[in-house]
Structures are given as structure tokens and as C-alpha cells.
Write a protein that binds this ligand. Sequence first.
Ligand code: ATP
Length: 300
Amino acid sequence: MTTSANIHAVEITGLSRKFGSKLALNQLSLQVRRGRVFGLVGANGAGKTTLIQHLLGRLKAQSGSVRVFGFDPVAEPVAVLGRTGYLSEHRDLPGWMRVDELLRYTKAFYPQWDPAYAEELRRQFGLDPRAKIKTLSRGENAKAGLLIALAYRPELLLLDEPSSGLDPVVRRDILEAIIRTVADEGRTVFFSSHLLEEVERVADDLAMMFNGQVVLAGTVDEVKENHHRLVLRFDSPQLSAPKVQGVLSLTGSGQEWTAICNGQREQAVAAAARAGGRVVAESSPSLDEIFVAWAGAESA
Ligand code: ATP
């Protein structure tokens, strides 16, 4: 029987979370398909870490529901945590342990720990087994955290800002290769990131979050295809951004302005014409431009 839990590694419905008067998650719904690389993108404070903490059962849903492989992470932590490898944003590893001790310690929790794979990753990451965790550089610390999240080959790899602290070479050669390998093996990767070009390169699907809500979700290709960049020319110089209904953002000066719009291109072109602008060039915006346009629209 095909159920939602067979299809979705993560299913969140109407999740809300308040910290005092701060609404960190606001009726958020999200689905992540199994076997996909999913990128969660959001500005600082959008609620990404709060969402991830719910997936791990470290926060209990105040309203709404959270399911990981069909299980409630608070009611059935073993079912969820036994299938999930997690790299925290703060890389909170025990500083007094040596790298080899960290591996032995973590192995004890997971019957499916793969020692050969752990050793392969340790060498690939260039980590000295005798080095104390507290003496590792930020990047080495991130690699150690990634190693222990991966070495028991979890069904779901949950990475909170995995790139932070990693230099561009490590990010590209190691992190991205690992993410692809995990997905190619039919497992699921869920990662949060500020780096839109990284999400564009490695993710199959993405969601953009602002103010505790998902404003946009889909495959990376769908999101890109649904947005347009139009360069508009006006007959006379405009002192401030002209009002063009339905566009997310409008930047420029004088007679030439660039609009990023979502949805029907024809409607945006017609709205621009009503405002006195004609399209002189158009192209596909990058995810970065789409994100910035949404950020501006959400804070307006
Ligand atoms: P960043 O990209 O900066 O890591 P984020 O998207 O992960 O941000 P969260 O850390 O989930 O955002 O925070 C969402 C909001 O909830 C923020 O306004 C934050 O200050 C608030 N918040 C998160 N945890 C707590 C807490 N334990 N107590 C009070 N407020 C909190």
C-alpha cells in the first residue's frame, strides 16, 4: 500500500511555535520526498533551526503535526533518531574527546555503524585520530560532525547550515559529493543553507522560508521556471520605483528598471505596460535574485 509515509521522509502540517511573544513558526506545512536532496532556505531568524529541532523531537509541536517517516519524533524518538543523522548548526561535539574516541563513542549508539566507511571519511577529511576535538579548526570540527552524522548510513541526513565553517574547496568537493552519494543510494538529505548557489547546485527540491512560513516550495527547476526577470524601459525617468502590480521586486533608476516576477509572465508584462513600461530584455533569474526579491516583498 502506498501511504504518505512511504513517499515522504518528512511531513509537517500546520506547525506553529511561539517563544514568548515571538511567533517563530506560523502554520507551517512542508513535505520532503524520500530519496531527494531538499534545501531549506531562509533569512536569519526565519525559523529554520526551530523547524529542524521539531524534526529531532527536541521541540514539541504546540499546534500542528510533525512526522518523520510517518513517526512522531516526540512520541517515538527511537524510530526517528535511529534513522536520522544530524549535523547541528553549533557543531556541539565534546571538546575533551579525541577524534578516535568520538568515533568509538558515537558507534556505541548505532548498531548499523559502518567502521570501514567511518575510516574512509576520516582519511578523506584529513582528520588526525589522535587530535583533541577542542583543538580542531572550525572546518575540521564541521568535518568531524559530518563524519559522525554519516557513518551509520542514516535514511535521513539532516544538516543545519552544513557549509558554515567549510572553505569553498571542501564545500564543493566533499560536502556536495557526499550529499549526492547519499541521495543516489535512495536516502534523503535535508539541509538548511544561506548559500543559494549551493542549493541551486545540489538540491532537487527547495523551500523558502520567511517569518516562520514557507512562501515557496517545489523542485529547483520549477521555482526557476516560475520566475522571470524583465528589464523595463519607461518613456520618462522615474524618480522612485514605479508601481507594477504583481511584481516581487523592482530595482533600477531613471528609465530602466529590472522586475522579478512570480507566476504568469504575460500578466506582469501587461501590468508593466499599464504602468508605462515596456519589456526590452528578459531572462531567468538566479535563485539568489528570487530569494532577494521575496525577502523584499515579505518585509514590505
Ligand atoms: P539563522 O539562519 O540565523 O540560524 P533560523 O532561520 O535558524 O536563523 P531560528 O533559530 O529558528 O531561525 O529562530 C527563529 C526565531 O525564533 C528567531 O527570531 C529567534 O530569535 C527565535 N528563537 C529561536 N529559539 C528561541 C528560544 N529558545 N527562545 C527565544 N526565541 C527563540
